[in-house]
Ligand binder design. Structure first.
Ligand SMILES: [Zn+2]
Ligand SMILES: [Zn+2]
Length: 347
């Protein structure tokens, strides 16, 4: 089979033996696997990879072989998400699976979906996030449920409604999904980015359902004040790996508003200066959001099946051979007319 390995020289597509089921589990014929921001980060940092691995954790495909007491027979169409949780630690026992202390991640710790076939053993099926795709759903939508899951998880914790205003900083694919889901709750949405090019791409997806702000040219704080009659936003989501966006977020919130750092910062400079007096006097709630629970993946699949989120607006499909050029293109971020790249290993 063909598989794309991340090597120190970038992604290399190679002909390798198909995975073999030794114990119980399934072999999945991978039909779609999305390219994630974490794949881009790993690619940029490829000099330091401990070993070559088949990456990819936003997966959809068909079971072509099944062995043992597995709930999925041959022909079942599965959507597979990244995390494999231990189900034993303090957090797993509380049902806060996203915070599992012993989390393994597909495409990082275990071979992932940038390949024509992958193996899901019994442990991965029991401890991982594997769901049957709703009838009629396209494989690219099944793959897209993974990134949507982490967005769904945030909105599960902080549900909005038509009386609320949400500000999203960062109009990449995740920022757009946050804006999309906030719209679905009826909230008013302001979507800001420092790149006009990214904002233009976002407009293609979200049309005129949100207020767009160029955060390098316009006065975002004033605009948010105007939109909220001087009060400030109820929820500010930072979906950009930017310290300045994180500190700016505090100025966009209303008193007792919620600020969520959705994206991480580069690991070599995670420190940010925040105006602590805003947190104190305005009783701001500043928190993070990371990954998702198995139920969020099921919810994401439902949202896509019901077309409440239209995946087709986000996605462009590429064959496996294009993975290196796609990652280069996404990493440069120039002249890109789509938000999400999905690899189709059989194209
Ligand atoms: Zn991802
Ligand atoms: Zn755990």
């Amino acid at each position: 089979m063909k598989a794309a390995f991340l090597t120190r020289e970038g992604f290399k597509v190679r002909e390798v033996p198909e995975p073999v089921l030794k114990g119980d589990g399934v072999i999945l014929k991978v039909e779609a696997c999305g390219v994630c921001g974490s794949d881009l980060r790993a690619w940029r940092d490829r000099e330091n990879i401990p070993e070559e691995i088949i990456r990819g954790h936003e997966i959809a495909g068909t079971v072509v072989e099944a062995k043992g007491e597995i709930p999925y027979g041959v022909g079942t169409r599965l959507a597979v998400a990244a995390d494999i949780n231990c189900l034993k630690c303090f957090y797993c026992k509380k049902g806060e699976y996203n915070l599992c202390d012993n989390k393994k991640i597909l495409g990082r710790d275990i071979p992932g979906g940038f390949a024509q076939y992958m193996l899901l053993d019994e442990y991965m099926i029991e401890h991982g996030i594997v769901n049957e795709m709703p009838e009629g759903m396209k494989f690219v939508e099944g793959a897209f449920a993974e990134p949507l899951s982490s967005v769904v998880a945030l909105h599960r914790r902080f549900p909005m409604n038509s009386d609320r205003t949400v500000v999203v900083l960062g109009s990449g694919p995740m920022g757009c999904l946050h804006a999309d889901l906030s719209k679905l709750s009826g909230a008013k949405v302001v979507l800001a980015d420092i790149s006009q090019e990214r904002l233009e791409a976002a407009k293609e997806v979200l049309k005129n359902s949100v207020i767009y702000v160029n955060n390098s040219r316009e006065d975002l704080i004033r605009i948010v004040k105007d939109v909220t009659k001087g009060i400030g936003a109820d929820l500010v989501i930072v979906a950009a790996p930017s310290p300045s966006a994180q500190s700016q977020a505090l100025h966009l919130s209303r008193k007792r508003g919620i600020i969520v750092f959705f994206g991480g910062l580069p690991p070599d400079r995670p420190e940010v200066s925040l105006n602590a007096n805003l947190i104190h006097y305005n009783e701001l709630i500043v928190t993070g959001s990371f990954s998702y629970n198995p139920s969020d993946h099921r919810h994401a699949l439902e949202l896509l099946a019901q077309k409440k989120i239209d995946a087709s607006r986000y996605i462009k499909e590429f064959p496996l051979e294009d993975i290196e050029s796609v990652v280069e293109e996404l990493s440069e971020g120039k002249n890109i007319d789509y938000l999400k790249a999905v690899i189709r290993p059989w194209r």
